[in-house]
Structure formats: C-alpha cells, structure tokens
Design a protein around this ligand. Structure first.
Ligand code: KG4
Length: 341
C-alpha cells in the first residue's frame, strides 16, 4: 500500500493565523483564528498582528492536527506562506514551519500566497463533489491587498495579465466604509447594507486606464469629496442614505472589476472564469459572475465563503501540488513581503 501524503499548511501573512491538514489531496481540517485586536484601530496594526500570531500559532496547529485525527509524526511535509504579506506576521509562520520541519525531519514547502488563493478552487473536502476549473482559466484575484487578473495555465503556471496600479478593490471599499464611520473591515458591512439599497442612486468616478490594469484610488477620492459636499448640506446625510451609498459604491467597484475581466476573456477567448480572495465573498460581485455566465456563456467558479478570505486550506493544497513535484525548499529560506505570482 502507498504511504499517505499528509501536508500541514500554515498561513500567517496578515491578520489570520490558520493551519490545515490535507491527506492525499483531501482536506481533513482547516482552523482559522482571526484577530479581533485590530477592530478598534480601523485597520491591521502590523506589530499587534505578529504578536497575536505568536500567541495563536501553537494552539491553532494543535487544533488542526486534533480535528484531523493526525499525529504530528505522520506529517509528510510542512507547507507555509512565504509571502507576500506583512513581514512580522510572515516570520512567525515561517519560523514555526522551520522549527517543526526540522524537529520532525520532514521537508518544507514554500507557498506563494497569491497562487494559493487561486488554488483554493482545488480544495476538496471529504465526500464532496467539486466543480474544479478546467485549464486554462482566468482568475480575478481581489482582496484587501490585491486586484489582479491572472491566466492560469496549470497548477504551477500562472501569468498576471492585469493588476491595480494603486489601491486594491478591498482596500478602496474598506476606506470608503471607514470615512462613513463604519467598522473594520468594511467589506462585509458594505455588502450587508448594499442589499437594501439602490445601486443607481449615486455615481462615482470610474478610471480610464489602458489595457487590463485597474485603479481604485480615484474612486476613493471621488467618494470622499462627494460625501464631504453632501455632508455640508445635511449632517445626517450618511445615516439617511447609508444603504444607497453602500449599494452605489459596491456597484461601481463591481463594474470596474467586471469590465476589464470581460475584456481579457474576450481578447484571450477564455470562457472558464474564476474569482478568488476576500472580496470574492461580496454578494454583488458573485451576482455579476452569474449574470456574465448567462450573458457570455462563461463557466464560472466561485469559491466557498470559507476559502475566500485568508486560510491555510489553500496553503496546504498548494503545498500538496508542490509535494507531488518534489518541490521542496531549504531551511535557510527567507520570507518575502513583496512578490508577484
Ligand atoms: O483575502 P483577504 O482576507 O486578505 C487581505 O488581502 O487582507 O481579503 C480581505 C478583504 C478586505 O478588504 C475585506 O473588506 C474584503 O476582503 N471583504 C469583502 C467582503 N468580505 C471580505 N469585501 C466586500 N464584500 C464582502 N462580503
């Protein structure tokens, strides 16, 4: 009988400490500890994030092993997020992975966080029918730190065709939410409010950028200045219009994202289109994907909510693919805060 391949995945690039176990390509556990400590600051505080990772990492890994009914001695390899991300946060996961791999004398696998978001589409749970994307496919990767259109030719062959030249879509939503005085992160709040609002009430500026790149800083400014003018006339403007403001903001972001994605799909003649990253939890964006599937005959791939935001299941999955290719890394490998796909 062939030996089981059991991968522990570790994610610590931003403000979620997560560990997951995958056996022979099937997910056994995925534990995520989110850090509430940042809420009162309206954004992630790097130093607090790394401290919280230090507190969480041991219990989170322990819990992932326990839920999977796996002893650490059974692990075949440790996969970890090498980057991109916050350096202090990454170092906690990278150092832990190094220590564990060395103590168990098993290989280490470095994972690119952005590639892992794309590979989240291949996470398979026990007894689950999955709808996995067929190669080649396009993936719209939208999170708090990234907005990219990626052509995925194989598990390990991805090309960035377009990306934001300034802010990410998630960051723009979070900032606009913050100027309205809502909590952090703004994405889920805007999503909830938008469901009750009219997306056509307000219009905000859209960028005119050539090619497949995005820009969201102009939208942020347009939102801020419009709001400032409206508030001068009526100090209760936000409270009275919050649903319509959220719906109009969401619709603008979704339009910007989908316009470019459609352009790429048309030019490259690709009909398999996926979405990934934290913002792919957004209801308006998910609805737009379904609409485009109808209109343009796309085969669409939308991840489960649990695999949209940062999680270690996607890191373990990416690690599993690399393990099958015997792509291991050395123990002196540094973390990196910035890196492309
Ligand atoms: O991938 P992710 O967890 O990691 C970072 O890049 O940090 O993405 C987080 C982003 C945040 O900007 C958050 O507001 C956004 O995803 N987000 C959403 C929704 N849920 C999370 N944005 C819009 N609608 C949502 N439902």
């Amino acid at each position: 009988m062939e030996k089981d391949i059991i991968i522990l995945g570790i994610e610590s690039s931003c403000d979620d400490t997560s560990a997951a176990i995958i056996r022979n390509g099937v997910l056994l556990s995925n534990v995520v500890a989110s850090q509430a400590v940042h809420e009162s600051y309206g954004g992630v505080v790097p130093e607090l994030a790394s401290r919280a990772h230090q507190q969480n990492i041991v219990p989170v890994v322990h819990e992932a092993l326990k839920r999977a009914h796996i002893a650490k001695e059974e692990l075949s390899a440790v996969a970890f997020t090498r980057g991109p991300g916050l350096m202090g946060s990454l170092l906690v996961g990278v150092s832990f992975a190094k220590g564990l791999a060395r103590s168990l004398d098993i290989p280490m696998i470095d994972v690119n966080h952005l590639q892992a978001h794309v590979l989240a589409h291949f996470v398979k749970e026990m007894d689950e029918e999955t709808n996995q994307p067929q190669f080649p496919f396009l993936c719209l990767l939208v999170s708090g730190g990234n907005s990219q259109i990626i052509q995925v030719k194989a598990y390990n062959d991805m090309e960035v065709l377009g990306q934001t030249i300034d802010d990410a879509a998630g960051e723009a939503i979070d900032k606009c939410s913050k100027v309205m005085g809502f909590g952090y992160p703004g994405g889920p709040i805007i999503d909830r409010l938008a469901r009750k609002g009219n997306p056509k009430t307000f219009s905000f500026s859209k960028p005119h950028i050539a090619g497949y790149d995005y820009s969201f800083s102009g939208l942020k400014t347009s939102f801020l200045y419009s709001l400032r003018d409206w508030l001068k006339e009526d100090p209760d403007f936000i409270e009275k219009n919050k649903e319509d403001l959220a719906a109009s903001l969401e619709a603008t972001v979704v339009d910007i994202l989908m316009d470019k994605l459609r352009k790429v799909a048309k030019d490259r003649r690709i009909r398999n289109v996926a979405v990934a990253g934290g913002v792919s939890a957004n209801t308006g964006l998910r609805n737009a994907f379904h609409e485009y599937a109808q209109k343009y005959g796309w085969n669409i791939y939308i991840p489960k909510f649990s695999y949209t935001t940062d999680n270690a299941a996607m890191i373990a999955m990416a690690g599993y693919f690399k393990f099958m290719n015997r792509e291991f890394c050395s123990i002196d490998l540094p973390a990196y805060s910035r890196v492309s796909i």
